[in-house]
Design a protein around this ligand. Structure first.
Ligand SMILES: [Zn+2]
Length: 222
């Protein structure tokens, strides 16, 4: 599955392109990402040139979105087949096991994906979205910035995959700056989430500490 996505959505630049004087520069240029990257490209995602760091993030996002979308589509096919009168248990079994293959086969786990986003889009304090800065984790009426920007980034990948795979007037190139904004703001939201809630490790330690205290209290009261 991983090979499929790499072949389908991304490709490494050939040796000739890598050594050519016209070697393309990384496409990343949004101000939220720090302006033009200017590093030479090493790979393409959705047919656009990326440097190694920005490319690793774009590739991971593209693979994750494409595999989840494929899994959803495979699920719909299985449900459709189940409702027809051509039901064959073996075919049904095969159809229902396909979505899981897509989900497991081609996506990075969340922590690895977050690491690549943070690496590709270091924090630029003055570009952080005001709602991220002012986010109050105790206010449950608004979604956390990581969820909002993570969702927006996901949607941008879906639009870009469709634009690119259907050759929609080169739309992926126009969508890319917006995708960069979402990626940079998602990376910033991750940093602010750590600042306001503590890092994942700190939260895990706090939970373990609380559990230990509860056990000690229970034992003491016996
Ligand atoms: Zn770059």
């Amino acid at each position: 599955m991983r090979e499929w996505s790499e072949h389908y959505l991304t490709s490494k630049l050939g040796e000739e392109e890598m050594t050519s004087e016209d070697r393309p520069m990384c496409v990343v240029s949004h101000l939220d990402a720090g302006g033009p990257c200017r590093r030479p490209a090493t790979l393409e995602v959705y047919g656009l040139p990326f440097c190694e760091t920005h490319g690793a993030e774009a590739k991971a996002g593209a693979a994750n979105e494409a595999h989840d979308a494929a899994a959803d589509e495979a699920e719909r096919v299985a449900q459709f087949f189940e409702q027809t009168h051509f039901q064959n248990e073996l075919v049904l079994d095969a159809l229902y096991s396909t979505p899981q293959l897509f989900r497991e086969g081609g996506r990075l786990d969340t922590e690895e994906r977050d690491r690549l986003v943070r690496e590709a889009y270091p924090l630029i304090e003055e570009r952080v979205d005001a709602e991220t800065i002012n986010w109050n984790p105790g206010d449950f009426t608004t979604d956390a910035p990581v969820d909002r920007w993570g969702g927006a980034l996901w949607m941008m990948h879906a639009f870009m995959r469709m634009a690119w795979s259907r050759s929609w007037l080169g739309m992926e190139e126009e969508l890319e700056p917006l995708r960069e904004r979402c990626a940079a703001q998602f990376a910033a939201a991750l940093v602010y989430s750590d600042r306001k809630l503590g890092t994942k490790e700190q939260r895990r330690e706090a939970r373990e500490r609380a559990a230990r205290l509860r056990t000690e209290e229970e034992e003491a009261s016996r």
